[in-house]
Design a protein around this ligand. Sequence first.
Ligand code: SER
Length: 291
Amino acid sequence: MNITSEELRDKYLKFFEKKGHKIIPSASLIPENDPTVLFTTAGMQPLVPYLLGQKHPDGTRLANAQKCIRTGDIEEVGDDTHLTFFEMLGNWSLGDYGKEEAIKFSFEFITKELRIPLERFAVSCFAGDADAPKDDESAKIWESLGIRKERIAFLSKEDNWWGPAGKTGPCGPDTEMFYWKNNSEQAPEIFDPKNKNWVEIWNDVFMQYEKTAEGKIVDAEQENIDTGMGLERTLAVLNGKENVYQTDLFVPITSKVRELAGIVCLQDKPCSLDRKRSIRIVSDHIKAASF
Ligand code: SER
């Protein structure tokens, strides 16, 4: 599929608008009234008070494209998918729809709007631990939609749990969606999340819990849905690109960086990997600093 960043953003927001969501603007990258973080790291972050039960003026179904900065990923920047500054497409249910509807929305968007074939698709669910049980419910919903058991991996908290964004607040198990990006090799029958050809593109978080200041995980008063799709990586894989730097969100920046640094990368005389990585890092950091 050939799709621009603008088209992808638009497709996502229109889809969720049709499903009764109000589109809200991207909040500031500097959090207001949240001393637990330096930057807005996820679409849910400006929504924390509403995830904790305060009424949002725009209702119980929201969606947006949120600008985010994640310094936690800074050492990964320069690989194919990590960035410090990125845009997150997200939809939220504030005590409105639950797990089943959230997964069905994701599935419909992935298969009908983005037309991702199931051969290239896999998911992961929470394996369960002392804080929360194994998420068989999500796996069953995926199976009912046609995802084979072999393409559903159960992973621990490290991979399939999200939040809180700061030290305390809403959190819960999640289900992550992966796309097989390799165009010259078919995706294996069995999903191995360690295989780098599987790129995580979307995360549906089931915010059923709250982490207290004492570090306890307790049931949340209101159950919410929080999802986040990485605009840059989804754009890259849909367009058959190897990495996020080959998308329209980066090509003008990397070209300018090369031009200013006097670096010429040719098809028959490519730049060294170190050079390429440096160009990527400088481009990412300039973008993050500018925003
Ligand atoms: N908060 C989750 C994430 O950042 C989903 O939006 O991945």
